[in-house]
Structures are given as C-alpha cells and as structure tokens.
Design a protein around this ligand. Structure first.
Ligand code: CDP
Length: 233
C-alpha cells in the first residue's frame, strides 16, 4: 500500500508549517510539524533540567531528556487536522515558540537519542492516521519517511525568510530587524546543516521550490497539484 505521507523539508522560516497546514486542509489530511516536537523536548529540558548545559543546552544528558519525554509525557494530540505537542497533558503549541526555546532547540535536535525518540513518535502517529499526513521538518524526506511518494524542499533567501518571520510576530520588517533576524536564522541553518546526524539537505528525489518570489497561496497550489498527481484515489 502507498504510504500516504507528504514530506516538506527546508530551512528555518521557509514556510514549511504554513504550507503543510494548508495543503493538509485542501487534501483532508492531517498535519504534523516535527519542529514542534523538538521544541517541546527543548522546553521540557529547560523547565526540568535547568541550565546544567551551561545555559546553551549542549551539556544536557540525552538519556535524561528522552526519559523526561517518556515520564512527563511529551505526546502529540490531534486537534482538528493539526498534531499539537503536549507536555504533561498541557498544550504547549504557543510556549514552544518562545525565544529561550528557539535559541536552544538546534543543540537538542543534534542529539541522536532525541532524534530517535522524535522519529519513532512521528512514525507511530502516521501509522495511526492512514488517511494521510503532511509532515514538515528538516529530515522527513531523507530519514524519517524516505519512502514518502511526494517530497518537497522549500527554500527562500535569508532576508525574505526573516521578513516573513517578523511579520508573523507582528513586528515591522525594517532593515535593522531584518538584518538581525536573518543572522539568527542563518546561525540555526548552519547548525542544522552541519550536524553529523540527519543534517538539513534535500532528498535526491525532492521537488525543489524556491519561494522567494512566490506567494503562500501559489506554493500551496503547487504542492496540492503535485499531491493530486501522486496520490490518485
Ligand atoms: O519554525 P522554524 O522553521 O523556525 O523551526 P522548526 O521547524 O520549529 O524547527 C526548530 C528546530 O528543530 C530546527 O532548527 C532544527 O534544529 C530542529 N528540527 C530538526 O532537527 N529536524 C526536524 N525534522 C525538524 C526540526
């Protein structure tokens, strides 16, 4: 049976999650933002393990983070079409977007033990949702679902991504803010690209989509058209 998964990968703020959510809505599928799970792991580590990683998270013991995820527990709950992360039964969709989580998440996501746990969680959820799931992240097409019939890799220039992220936060995208935000995005992209485990890169069979000059509506329409061609019936 065909695996009903669409993998959407790409760098920070490239529009994966908004595209994924809208594509899922059009197709009547569910949407899973794998970054939210890495963020939930990071939030749980910050709240329960303190700053023992020298404030950056690098020193956190991976086994303790995974044990926390099992004990608290960290899970995914389906709300409408959206899989949202919960920690100890509390919806943390908003809390995981905080700056303190964002600055540490790449260090946590570089830990192989954490990745193994997050991957197993994603595969479990997809097995339980045969209608189809749009999954977005960094390694969905390369590692988590290498058999996904449709893989899309979204890119856009760092400046355009910075502008989008600022607008999303309700901040005016003036030149100085764009400069600072694109530097922060680039630092996270470098960390994600250069890590030894599951680095950020397009799968060999991914469709590359540069969205710098493409509207959200148009990029959603393109992915939906590709999906209709690949998943007939
Ligand atoms: O929303 P944004 O693009 O800024 O980031 P995200 O998708 O929420 O992902 C946050 C972080 O989680 C990334 O910077 C990666 O370090 C990590 N991540 C990953 O390693 N693998 C994934 N499949 C998804 C996220």
């Amino acid at each position: 049976m065909t695996l009903r998964v669409i993998a959407i990968d790409g760098p920070a703020a490239s529009g994966k999650s908004s595209t994924g959510a809208l594509v899922a809505e059009r197709l009547g599928w569910a949407h899973l933002d794998s970054g939210a799970l890495y963020r939930a792991m990071t939030l749980a580590a910050l709240d329960n393990l303190g700053d023992e990683g020298g404030g950056k998270g690098e020193g956190w013991n991976p086994q303790r983070i995974v044990a926390l995820a099992q004990e608290l527990p960290i899970t995914l709950a389906l709300v409408g079409r959206e899989f949202v992360p919960t920690v100890a039964g509390v919806d943390v969709e908003e809390a995981v977007r905080s700056e303190r989580v964002t600055t540490r998440v790449s260090a946590v996501a570089a830990l192989p033990e954490v990745r193994a746990w997050v991957n197993a969680e994603q595969q479990r959820v997809v097995r339980q949702h045969p209608a189809g799931v749009v999954v977005d992240g960094r390694d969905i097409g390369t590692v988590v679902f290498p058999d996904a019939p449709l893989k899309v890799f979204l890119t856009a220039t760092p400046e355009e991504r910075a502008r989008r992220r600022l607008t999303q936060r309700g901040q005016a995208p003036d030149a100085e803010r764009v400069r600072r935000e694109s530097q922060a995005l680039a630092a996270r992209d470098d960390a994600d690209r250069e890590r030894p485990v599951a680095p950020l890169k397009p799968a060999a069979d991914a469709v590359l989509l540069d969205t710098t000059h493409v509207s959200l509506e148009e990029q959603v329409a393109r992915v939906v058209a590709l999906a209709r061609a690949r998943f007939r019936g």
